[in-house]
Write a protein that binds this ligand. Structure first.
Ligand code: NI
Length: 221
């Protein structure tokens, strides 16, 4: 017959369980932009395996990696410069969200990653991104590098098969990803999410992050 656990042992067990429950609740609140109070138009809430290391080239021809942007929140959008409507709309929304954030936007870095590296050279992107926001960075790379980063972000893209047209179009998924200052995925916005919602979600993450930094270990660099 086993001896019954002593009172102090039970006390420690209960305290441990309580600590785990609190940590889970805080973590859950923290990964949901609306603090777990239910859904919100255009915002998807989940902890997802999205993002990761990448090696690309910016619009100035400088090599960059995911680590280049550590300590900034990232708004990441995949598209292509010849896109007639969807991409310009989303990039304009990102620019508008940054304007709404005002000074807080200094810690937010918007990235446009091309799915059409054939045409979106650094020189092309340099002119292109300037149309949308002065802080928008355009990223391109080899077809292999683009394939790798698109896979990491679970982005689908392909040349659209429309024979007879001179300029080809690209099919591609259209989400705006919000990544944390440690490079981790925080949230994603469906196409045509209004800039105010994007700005509010980022503001909420910034506010909640301060209280729970102990849940946010910095990755080894
Ligand atoms: Ni597009």
């Amino acid at each position: 017959m086993k001896p019954a656990p002593s009172l102090p042992v039970i006390g420690v067990m209960l305290a441990t369980l309580a600590a785990i429950a609190v940590a889970s609740w805080v973590a859950w609140r923290w990964i949901t932009p609306d603090g777990g109070r239910g859904g919100q138009g255009g915002v998807m809430r989940a902890e997802m395996d999205i993002g990761g290391p990448f090696e690309l080239v910016d619009q100035h021809g400088q090599p960059v990696t995911d680590k280049t942007f550590r300590s900034k929140y990232l708004l990441v959008y995949f598209g292509y410069g010849y896109c007639p409507d969807v991409c310009p709309t989303e990039l304009a929304n990102i620019g508008a969200a940054l304007d709404i954030l005002g000074p807080k936007a200094e810690t937010v870095k918007p990235l446009f990653i091309t799915v059409d590296p054939e045409r979106d050279t650094p020189a092309f992107l340099s002119d292109y991104v300037a149309n949308f926001h002065p802080r928008l960075t355009g990223l391109t790379g080899t077809p292999e590098q683009i394939k790798a980063v698109a896979k990491a972000y679970k982005v689908y893209y392909a040349k659209a098969d429309r024979p007879g047209e001179g300029e080809y179009l690209m099919d591609h998924t259209s989400f705006v990803y919000l990544m944390g200052p440690d490079g981790r995925f925080l949230s994603l916005f469906r196409g045509q999410t209004d800039p105010k919602t994007i700005a509010e979600t980022i503001t909420r993450f910034m506010a909640e992050r301060g209280a729970v930094t102990w849940l946010w270990p910095q990755p080894a660099s």
